[in-house]
Design a protein around this ligand. Structure first.
Ligand SMILES: [Mg+2]
Length: 229
């Protein structure tokens, strides 16, 4: 009987994608809107892909109605560009991740899924290249809500549909590398495990009060214990 719903972020947590992701978005925005706006330097960390597109295009002076008009096409082209150009060598798998994910997947009391700002199709491709995709049966993605804070409820509902179990409180474990991951965990009073393999240091992450903070998951046993506690 599963006891824990364990939700992993993708970028900065499971993997790091070198350059190609940002370039795919820059190209898509140029193709659709004729300009890339602030895409080359904009802070993407922990944000929904959909929010990133909107924030970046607002810096060009476009109004929300015009951004909305081009949004679906920009999303489609971004995913297409990314899938066309991303190769296995662009994807770095973070320390300990293969071992930790494998250990969790073998544990009968764990349901393993994703909670990420990625669009589902491009996020799945990021994980398929290093053969991590099959560990995660379902997830909550940028396609599912307008804010990251709405995603935990989406993941909990999908888990219920798959398992018949309503995971609540600290039995929902959200693992991520930014304050956005930590903050969304607080919405349902979930457990949050922050990891400093993305843009933030351990002390920066601790300032957001996650339940646990790790430098990385190289010590698989310690990470596993924190998740299962
Ligand atoms: Mg992240």
């Amino acid at each position: 009987m599963p006891k824990k719903l364990v939700l992993f972020d993708i970028d900065g947590t499971l993997v790091r994608v070198r350059g190609i992701s940002r370039q795919s978005l820059i190209d898509a925005l140029r193709e659709v809107f004729g300009t890339e706006g602030s895409a080359a330097t904009h802070n993407f960390a922990g944000k929904l892909d959909s929010v990133i597109i909107k924030e970046v295009m607002r810096t060009t002076g476009l109004n929300d109605r015009d951004i909305q008009k081009g949004f679906e096409e920009a999303k489609r082209r971004y995913i297409q560009n990314f899938k066309e150009h991303a190769r296995r060598e662009h994807i770095e798998v973070m320390a300990g991740i293969y071992e930790l994910v494998e250990k969790l997947a073998r544990e009968e009391s764990v349901v393993l899924a994703l909670l990420t700002g990625n669009f589902e199709e491009s996020g799945r491709h990021k994980l398929a290249l290093p053969e991590l995709n099959d560990y995660f049966a379902f997830g909550a993605f940028a396609d599912d809500a307008d804010t990251r804070n709405a995603l935990p409820a989406v993941a909990v509902q999908r888990a219920f549909e798959q398992t018949g179990i309503r995971f609540t409180g600290k039995d929902v474990v959200i693992i991520g590398d930014t304050e956005h991951d930590v903050n969304c965990a607080k919405v349902l009073n979930s457990k949050c495990i922050a990891v400093a393999t993305g843009h933030y240091t351990v002390s920066q992450l601790q300032a957001f009060n996650p339940d646990y903070t790790f430098e990385n998951f190289a010590n698989v046993e310690t990470a596993f214990e924190a998740i299962m506690s």
